[in-house]
Design a binder for this molecule. Structure first.
Ligand code: PLP
Length: 403
């Protein structure tokens, strides 16, 4: 084993199982390993690097601000936070934003806001508020969040979990209607389940859910941490159905591929439940993060990355669907958010990812059977051609081996 891998293994917790490559440098869609070999990054850090590695405009914003003022905590105002919050609201069409750092923190923020809204606005009696989430969800790794998970491994050994969560099947609007009670505060949903395996719900699902929530005075909250910021070919994935949620959670690409930056964004009526001291974060909304977040939005607009994601995503999907291989069970996606499902009778998705790695393409399996193809949105058509050709070749060889 390589000594650097050994070092991580010896001194680190074994809570990940990385592919055997040691990355040292990144630029745009490419990363390089310790031996100088170049890889095309089709994973982009679970969509956190949608702008490409080390985007020069965002690096510039970061370094300029880093040498001026980086962290002050929220005990004081800064000249940057207000502008950043205004920009988030403008982009999402919502009224107020609360900045955090990681995705899980922003999800926790949404859960707290929803519960307090239920008690103080909707009139649910104390400690009775319920939040509905979906089977197969991924919203992060805190105790409360894994308490909502239907994935046994995410929960196993970490209980007891907070009460007040209900799980319903994903993609089933009637199940939502049945699950709602007078105590329901919110329905939390991913417009497309990312970690769940790039699962796209039936057309009209989000629209129906939004309508059911509106009718029952339940907050409709979309976790767009992975699907937002243009990943699926719209700025927010819920825009595909013209849906306007009561709350939206952003993270990952909001940090421009440089910092952890997240936010819970919602209607004024919901955010107004917070009063000074109710909730906070030492680092959330720091001027460095605010400047990087604004740069992330600016690059998205300037380079038309949302439209690019839509156009190139369609192209990628069409080309992938033309690959004739019995190893492929399904190809699905929206924008540059695509899953290739491998038939587990022949290979695990990880085995195919390992073979792609050898050919200079980085990807990561999700849910054992799905190869995630979610490159930086700055990728070109030619680079996508390389990926599809390489994948087709890898599958052809792999198929012969099991013939
Ligand atoms: C990644 C992710 C999260 C958690 O974000 P972290 O920054 O890892 O805490 C939450 N929800 C969704 C949909 C995600 O993809």
């Amino acid at each position: 084993m390589h000594s650097l891998i050994e070092l991580e293994y010896q001194y680190g917790a074994h809570n990940y199982e990385p592919l055997p490559v040691i990355l040292t440098r990144g630029e745009g869609v490419y990363v390089w390993d310790d031996e100088g070999k170049r890889y095309l990054d089709m994973m982009s850090a679970y969509s956190a690097v949608s702008h490409g590695h080390c985007h020069p405009d965002i690096v510039k914003a970061l370094t300029q601000q880093a040498s001026k003022l980086a962290i002050v905590s929220r005990a004081f105002y800064t000249d940057k936070l207000g502008q950043f919050l205004e920009k988030i609201c403008e982009m999402t069409g919502l009224e107020k934003a609360l900045p955090m750092n990681t995705g899980a923190e922003a999800v926790e923020t949404a859960l707290k806001a929803a519960r307090k809204w239920a008690y103080t606005v909707k009139g649910v009696s104390q400690d009775k508020a319920e939040i509905i989430a979906c089977e197969g969800n991924f919203h992060g790794r805190t105790i409360a969040i894994v308490g909502m998970s239907s994935e046994a491994q995410y929960r196993s050994g970490f209980g007891p979990f907070p009460a007040g969560f209900k799980i319903i099947p994903y993609g089933d609007a009637a199940a939502l209607e049945r699950a709602i009670t007078p105590n329901t505060a919110a329905f939390l949903v991913e417009p497309i389940q990312g970690e769940g395996g790039i699962i796209i719900p039936p057309a009209g699902y989000l629209k129906q859910c939004a309508e059911i929530c509106r009718k029952n005075r339940v907050l409709f909250i979309c976790d767009e941490i992975q699907t937002g910021m243009g990943r699926t070919g719209k700025f927010l994935a819920c825009e595909h159905e013209g849906v306007k949620p009561d709350g939206v959670i952003l993270g990952k690409a909001l940090g421009g591929g440089l910092l952890p930056v997240s936010a819970f964004v919602c209607r004024e009526e919901v955010m107004n439940v917070f009063t000074p001291g109710d909730h906070g974060s030492t680092f959330g909304g720091n001027p460095l993060a605010a400047v990087v977040g604004m740069a992330a939005f600016n690059v998205l607009t300037k380079e038309k990355l949302v439209a690019k994601s839509a156009e190139l995503g369609e192209y990628l999907l069409k080309r992938l669907q033309k690959i004739d291989s019995k190893l492929i069970k399904d190809v699905r996606g929206k924008g540059l958010f695509v899953g290739v499902e491998i038939d587990p009778r022949f290979y695990s998705a990880r085995e195919i990812c390992l073979r792609l790695l050898k050919e200079g393409i980085l990807s990561k399996e999700t849910h054992h059977t799905v190869i995630r193809l979610a490159p930086p949105l700055v990728i070109t058509k030619q680079q996508l051609d390389t990926v599809v050709d390489t994948l087709a070749q890898v599958l052809k060889i792999a198929e012969k081996e099991v013939a």
